[in-house]
Design a protein around this ligand. Structure first.
Ligand code: PBG
Length: 333
């Protein structure tokens, strides 16, 4: 055939392919989510094989392992005992609570690791919502923000480097920025869950923390988070959220979940010059684990291909439970 253009020329050898490769993975761009609890033992999580609820002691060892594999940031999620949960979730700003203690310990033993936190009430709320639920069953915006600001300050005081509001209340990024600045934490950054969708992909995470919305029959409890998390049918709205977060002072924007929302990552990349993070969430992790356990897919290849898709879509950072495994596979490759 008389073909002028033959794209296969640049695919012919490994070195040619490597030379023209557009995107690549670096463990320093991974953010490793970790669960921590008060118990004396490490607990496995049914729908998240390979992830655990760590004790503070074992958490330190796991974070050190991640550091040695090149991971530079972790994010902490607490499983709070039912006895400490309440309607307003006030345990979230207890300075001797699980998260502040875990942060202080990590910062003492591994000061160079960047520590990100999650700001929202759900792990601490007996209703399982990210905000305070009124007696009429409405998730209250402005009242919740006061609590979130106090939570963020306690996390910053403990040594957190990046505060991650995941609650989707309107105006919380600006309020947290102001609260941090007032307390002298102008150097602490905000990684905002900017476009966080009301997603069924969070199922395994809610199992890990036992944090799903639940009816306590004291008042009507919304059964899902759709009055504050975004409708999966909407894309333009993500741009509005991104513009607001930028104006309010976010340092990094996040899209969550990741895989079913690659178009949103791409749009935000076009819209903003801030770093963008993609959250490869618990349900995405569980699907890969389940299929690979059955031998239906090759786990390492599927994981690395998936993580690369976030980069290709425009993400700079990837929150992933596969962080340590992926870092190891990259090293071996
Ligand atoms: C809580 C929070 C959730 C996740 C991160 N922070 C769950 C939710 O909003 O219900 C989900 C993470 C995952 O599924 O991996 N605000």
């Amino acid at each position: 055939m008389d073909l002028t253009y033959r794209p296969r020329r640049l695919r012919r050898t490994p070195s040619l392919r490597e030379m023209v490769q557009e995107h690549s993975l670096n463990p320093a761009n991974f953010i490793y989510p970790l669960f921590v609890h008060e118990g004396a033992d490490v607990e496995s999580i049914n729908a998240m094989p390979g992830a655990n609820r760590w004790t503070i002691d074992t958490l330190v060892a796991e974070v050190e392992r991640a550091w040695n594999l090149g991971v530079r940031c972790i994010v902490l999620f607490p499983k709070i005992a039912d006895s400490l949960k309440s309607e307003d979730g006030a345990e979230c700003f207890n300075e001797n609570g699980l998260i502040p203690r875990a942060i202080r310990r990590l910062k003492k033993e591994l000061p160079d690791m960047t520590v990100m936190t999650d700001v929202a009430l759900d792990p601490y709320s007996c209703d399982g919502h990210d905000g305070i639920v009124s007696s009429e069953g409405v998730v209250l915006n402005d009242e919740t923000i006061e609590y979130l600001c106090r939570q963020a300050i306690v996390q910053a005081q403990a040594g957190a480097d990046l505060i991650g509001p995941s609650d989707m209340m309107d105006g919380r990024v600006g309020a947290i920025r102001e609260a941090l600045d007032e307390e002298g934490f102008e150097h602490v950054g905000i990684i905002s869950y900017t476009a966080k969708y009301s997603s069924a992909y969070y199922g395994p995470f809610r199992e890990a923390l036992d944090s799903a919305p639940r009816d306590t029959s004291v008042k009507p409890i919304p059964k899902d988070k759709s009055t504050y998390q975004m409708n999966p049918a909407n894309a333009r709205e993500a741009i509005t959220e991104a513009q607001l977060d930028e104006q309010e002072g976010a340092d990094i924007l996040m899209v969550k979940p990741g895989l079913a929302y690659l178009d949103i990552i791409y749009r935000l990349r076009e819209e903003s010059d801030l770093p963008i993070a993609a959250y490869n969430v618990s349900g995405e992790y569980a699907m890969v684990k389940a299929a690979s356990e059955r031998g239906w897919i090759d786990e390492s290849q599927v994981v690395l291909e998936t993580l690369l898709s976030f980069k290709r879509a425009g993400a700079d950072l990837i929150l992933t439970y596969h962080a340590c495994d992926a870092a190891k596979w990259l090293r071996e490759a």
